[in-house]
Design a protein around this ligand. Structure first.
Ligand SMILES: C[S@@+](CC[C@H](N)C(=O)[O-])C[C@H]1O[C@@H](n2cnc3c(N)ncnc32)[C@H](O)[C@@H]1O
Length: 402
């Protein structure tokens, strides 16, 4: 082994995607590319705030979970999908472990109460309907991991074929970044280029818009069909990255709120985006959607027109809570935080379903709600992003102090 490398053994995957490894002296190194149970020779790249980080140079003792990455761009350094070296079933187990660990270490919950259940994996390839590309000399690609360098690609195996085609057939001109979106079930496509789209040349069916125009309020959107409904999605609005994933989330939220959806129940869809949960959950009488992004709130108002719904464009943390039976709260990666958790609890809801896209935020928010009188009853992992360490978690909390 090269003298500059360290021989370490991987114990478990951690949030962010590296493996927690220990050297012979028991010291921790977070190593990219290692899998639990493996012994690897790792190069230490950097040390920050006492945490050493490195990457695998050679696997000296492997595990059956290791597979050959399905995408050839991985060998060229593409940082888009960093878990392609693990089988998809193993990825789901690792993610459930990361969430369980966060609930104990960050949330202060007892181990296994509750256990983290994982839904069956969604197809890993050909499904993503949103992609963020880095652009270099008119071509799309993905950033190298922990680098500003770009690995140009002509195809992306995780992308829906409608986007895969866009990567190859679009000249992104002088743009520096581009977000590609499609409606898998409507065939509609969009390119949002940053900082502008002045010299972007895309196939004629594609809505092309610049970030500068979006910031100035340009009306640019596509539609998608999810849960039997049609959704308007504006360029500036969030939407789940794949329609089958959006449906899996809706199903998980529906299962976690079955007992309170009586037909006359009032629902707060907090961080409602374009109105996904408020519009797709059957068996609620009245919906209040709260969303801070004006474009998304406008989409939600259109998408929920056939529902007894009101959409408020506001910061959830600053919204004056009204009484509801059920809250579905799906905040951004930073989570609810103390103020918004207070608003959620202030609704007096019997059931809160928390949708989290970060394990640490999930644990923090579940603890904040537990401290406000809610019992954490179930935690379900929905793997919307196979081949990446990204998690989506649906937690059910039930009021006990009312
Ligand atoms: C993860 S997305 C969820 C959207 C929607 N629930 C869905 O599944 O499509 C989070 C949403 O919260 C909105 N948001 C972020 N911070 C907010 C805040 N402080 N108050 C209200 N909405 C916020 C974002 O604009 C985004 O639409």
């Amino acid at each position: 082994m090269r003298p500059d490398l360290e021989l370490v053994r991987a114990e478990r995957m951690v949030s962010g995607g590296a493996a927690l490894c220990r050297d012979a002296g028991g010291e921790v190194i977070l190593v990219e590319g290692a899998l639990p149970g493996e012994t690897v020779a790792a190069a230490v790249d950097r040390s920050r705030r006492g945490v050493r980080r490195g990457h695998v140079v050679e696997v000296t003792d492997t595990v059956p979970e290791r597979v050959a990455p399905p995408c050839p761009a991985v060998a060229r350094g593409c940082g888009g999908c960093r878990w392609q070296h693990a089988g998809t079933d193993a990825q789901v187990r690792y993610k459930a472990g990361i969430v369980a660990d966060a609930l104990v270490r960050i949330g202060g919950f007892a181990p296994g109460s509750p256990t983290v259940e994982a839904l069956a994996p969604l197809p890993a390839l050909g499904a993503r309907t949103t992609l963020r590309l880095a652009i270099e000399t008119g071509r799309g690609g993905f950033r190298r991991h922990r680098s500003h360098g770009v690995v140009a690609v002509d195809a992306c195996p995780v992308a829906h074929p409608l986007l895969d085609d866009l990567i190859a057939s679009t000249d992104f001109g002088s743009a520096r970044e581009a977000t590609l979106r499609c409606g898998a079930r409507t065939g509609e496509r969009m390119v949002v280029a940053a900082p502008d789209a002045v010299d972007v040349v895309a196939p004629p069916d594609v809505v092309v818009v610049g970030d500068d125009e979006v910031d100035a309020g340009a009306a640019a959107w596509i539609h998608e069909e999810v849960a039997g409904r049609r959704w308007r999605i504006s360029a500036a609005s969030f939407f789940q990255a794949r329609p089958d994933g959006a449906e899996a989330l809706v199903d998980a939220v529906a299962a976690a709120s079955l007992d309170v959806r009586t037909g006359s129940a009032a629902l707060l869809d907090a961080y409602c985006g374009v109105g996904l949960f408020g519009g797709a959950l059957a068996g609620v009488g009245r919906v209040v959607g709260v969303e801070a992004n004006p474009a998304a709130a406008a989409d939600a108002a259109v998408n929920l027109v056939a529902v007894d719904a009101s959409v408020v464009c506001a910061d959830v943390a600053a919204w004056a809570p009204t009484e509801v039976d059920l809250v579905v709260a799906d905040p951004a990666r930073s989570g609810l935080g103390r103020d918004a958790a207070g608003v959620v609890a202030g609704t007096g809801a019997t059931v809160v379903v928390l949708v989290s896209c970060d394990a640490a935020a999930c644990a923090r928010d579940a603890r904040l709600l537990a401290d406000q009188g809610y019992t954490l009853e179930s935690v379900t992992l929905v793997d919307l992003f196979p081949h990446t360490p990204h998690v989506e978690v649906v937690s059910r909390l039930v009021a006990w102090q009312r």
